[in-house]
Design a protein around this ligand. Structure first.
Ligand code: URA
Length: 216
């Protein structure tokens, strides 16, 4: 916990406000988290370990209120070891920014930690083997909400095969009961810019779910 300036605490108390404390700084080294990261880095649970350059664990704030979940690393992410760094990533950053979050304020991860060759869809077996890692990340991060971008992330985390068009537009109970909102994948929005308005509505729903009023 970060200690609060005593003068500020007094001022808040005199206003009848219960002072709160910030959670641990994002740079703190949390042992189970580092252990999980190391475990993912040497994972051989599926054949993708043979073709990957490296695993893509996820990046962002460890005290994030929001975790964004995508599908799997692409070629650029596999090279750089970071999620959403290609064109789709730029659009994701812009979407988050418009909704009031800088990329560094959220945590971004994927269902799969390794790139499927040729950017093919992840197989059901790959998802099944990799999903427990995301489950442990969510448990450890304990965000206030999850945003799934794209069908693969939404269907995996909600354990359903309902099409994305019917999953978006409402708040689901995600893993551990976490509020979970679904929207289109930015790569899809790059191909179908006409759908951006729906995505914006999803982001507004997400903000409302978190009790946030402003944002773009
Ligand atoms: N698409 C994803 O779903 N994840 C990435 O990290 C990059 C592109």
């Amino acid at each position: 916990m970060t200690p609060m300036d005593p003068a500020r605490a007094d001022r808040l108390q005199s206003l009848g406000v219960v002072p709160y404390r910030l959670r641990a700084p994002t740079t703190s080294v949390d042992q189970p988290w580092e252990t999980l990261k190391a475990e993912v880095a040497r994972c051989t649970r599926c054949a993708l370990c043979d073709s990957r350059t490296q695993t893509v664990f996820g990046t962002g704030a460890l005290d994030a209120e929001l975790v964004v979940v995508g599908e799997a690393p692409g070629a650029e992410e596999d090279r750089r070891g970071e999620p959403f760094v290609g064109r789709a990533g730029q659009l994701l950053d812009a979407m988050l920014q418009a909704a009031g979050w800088a990329r560094e304020q959220v945590f971004i991860a994927n269902v799969l930690k390794c790139r499927p060759p040729g950017n093919r869809d992840p197989s059901a077996e790959e998802i099944e083997r990799c999903l427990p890692y995301l489950g442990r990340q969510l448990q450890s991060l304990a965000p206030r909400a999850v945003l799934c971008v794209g069908r693969v992330a939404a269907q995996a985390l909600l354990a359903t095969d309902v099409p994305i068009g019917r999953l978006r537009g409402r708040v689901h109970a995600g893993p551990g009961g976490l509020p979970l909102v679904v929207t289109y994948h930015p790569a899809y929005l790059l191909r179908s810019p006409g759908e951006k308005a729906k995505s914006w509505a999803d982001l507004k729903l997400l903000r409302a779910t978190l009790g946030l009023r402003r944002g773009g």
